[in-house]
Design a protein around this ligand. Sequence first.
Ligand code: GUN
Length: 297
Amino acid sequence: MTIIDGKKVAEELLEKMKRELAQIRERGGRRPHLAAILVGNDGASETYVSAKVKACERVGFKSTLIRLSETISEKNLLENVDLLNRDPDIDGFIVQLPLPKAFSERNVMEAISPEKDVDGFHPVNLGRMMLNLPAYLPATPYGILQLLEYYKIETSGKHCVVVGRSHIVGSPVSVLLARNAYPGNCTVTLTHSKTANLKAITQQADILIVALGKMNFITSDMVKQGAVVIDVGITRIPSGQSKNGTRLIGDVKFDEVAQRCSFITPVPGGVGPMTIVSLLMNTIKASKMNTLKAAKA
Ligand code: GUN
């Protein structure tokens, strides 16, 4: 059994990106610039956005964090999105989710220019992904693909069972793993809260991807011997032992499931660190496109 070390892979890829950026700079290229909009003061969102900003600094990107009050109108938020759409110095940007309840996430996602949508959440990017056209891939599914590739995990002809059909993880990863590509060429079953007899299906998975947000949901009796298990779930619970008073629990009961697996991702330190790498990779791509666009203008 191999524990997939997402932290190590992410470190390696960040260092590689840093070297690539140094080369771009030597040739007179500009630094990629990522912006993030954070609405309100949700603690988890604060943590995720500051990790993204920190990663930008580390790799040598420019970053801009726009903090907006939870009391602003949706119209005002959309105006801020539009400013970033039109700012030639911004290569890509994200609006951190979840948004406070008063906002329509759909309206906001659709207002982001697909060319700057480095989260890959705009319908144009999701549609391009469906068609296997060049697109910004959503960060978490893209991070999962990169882990499968790094560990040279065979995917062709395998039965991949995805648990959870969210727009951010479950649905896109099921599309990506069914594509004619590597990683891909899986036979994919997408399961969700209305799936009948879930256990009988997860037991058939060669690759089991769990993105549900219910801690310790997957137990060893649900997993086939030798399966590859990718745990995307993160539930934050109070903990007296950690510095910030909380710790993260995955959707998979790690200790018992690990004994049945060929590969498994831990929580934390599995998929999580890869999402930021994916976001920065999308931003480098956006920066290259933006530079080409400026040269043509
Ligand atoms: N909230 C949880 N995951 C994500 C993500 O990948 N992007 C954004 N913008 N918000 C998130």
